[in-house]
Ligand binder design. Structure first.
Ligand code: NAP
Length: 259
């Protein structure tokens, strides 16, 4: 299926590794020109080079922290009028809410709610004027099925989902859609760091926890960043203009509900 987005431009945030990288790669395969960001320049440049080599796409790497005004300004200077925006950033750390301060909460809300909203604000009116826009926020399955030790993530991301639910119904008439992708367990550095955190608490090895978690998933495995990227590319496709305001779980069936 040709997604009809060849020659379009995408800003893919937090994309040197993991889910963001998966999205960047899938969009590049569709012929989309990319601006990708991450804090660490070396890994980012390596990813940009790998995507160029694999797909022939034009890829610009902008190093910076997307959760800061300076990081967002640098990304937007390189990509002022994206047709596609993929919002992503590292997730907040796990912990016990009793130890979180107001500053911890502000940091999480800044990174996982206000940063995507700022980037949407900076780009959505241009998309509306050009009558094409696709915005995908990488959030978490925790929005539907909260994870006890990730309270900062549960809270901040659900706030973003509520905001998007309202805005996405206002933009769709202009062929600008906004959707959230909710990852369950995907095999990335982030997932492995969660196992390392919990292993210490439970007196098990990270490998034991990883095996138990993948065995407990109906798919009996973790998702891959390629699967995630292709779902993102589909939502960014020309054919997906009637899908908006949705929270799409990619979790191998882990969420137990009928709806
Ligand atoms: P990952 O493998 O650790 O990759 C994170 C990527 O984001 C890296 O490229 C990292 O590069 C970049 N990044 C992190 N913070 C950034 C920032 N402030 N500014 C710019 N770039 C930043 O993580 P992942 O598993 O792909 O997770 C992506 C998001 O999905 C996270 O919010 C995570 O909580 C969420 N999630 C993941 C899973 C899962 O199973 N993997 C499940 C649910 C939710 P630098 O470190 O160099 O900046």
């Amino acid at each position: 299926m040709d997604l009809g987005i060849r020659g379009r431009t995408a800003l893919v945030c937090a994309a040197s590794k993991g889910l963001g990288k998966g999205c960047a790669l899938s969009l590049a395969r569709e012929g989309v020109n990319l601006v990708i960001t991450a804090r660490g320049r070396e890994a980012l440049e390596a990813t940009a080079a790998a995507i160029r080599k694999a797909t022939g796409a034009k890829v610009t790497a902008i190093a910076g922290d997307i959760t800061t005004p300076e990081g967002r300004a640098a990304a937007l200077a390189a990509c002022p009028s994206p047709d596609i925006l993929v919002n992503n950033a590292g997730g907040p750390p796990p912990g016990d809410f009793r130890s979180w301060t107001r500053a911890d909460w502000i940091k999480a809300v800044d990174a996982n709610m206000l940063t995507p909203i700022e980037l949407i604000k900076a780009t959505v009116d241009g998309m509306i004027a050009r009558k094409f826009g696709r915005i995908v926020n990488i959030t978490s399955g925790a929005v539907k099925m909260p994870i006890p030790e990730l309270g900062l993530s549960n809270g901040a991301r659900t706030g973003l989902s509520g905001f998007v639910a309202g805005l996405s119904r206002q933009t769709v008439q202009h062929n600008v859609t906004i959707n959230n992708l909710l990852p369950g367990p995907f095999d990335t550095d982030r997932l492995r760091s969660n196992f390392a955190f919990n292993a210490k608490k439970l007196g098990k090895t990270p490998e034991e926890l990883a095996r138990a978690r993948s065995d407990a998933n109906p798919a009996k495995r973790f998702g891959t960043i390629e699967e995630f990227g292709d779902a993102c590319a589909f939502l960014c496709g020309a054919q997906a203009g009637f899908i908006t305001g949705q929270n799409l779980l990619l979790d191998g069936g882990a969420y137990p509900g009928t709806f």
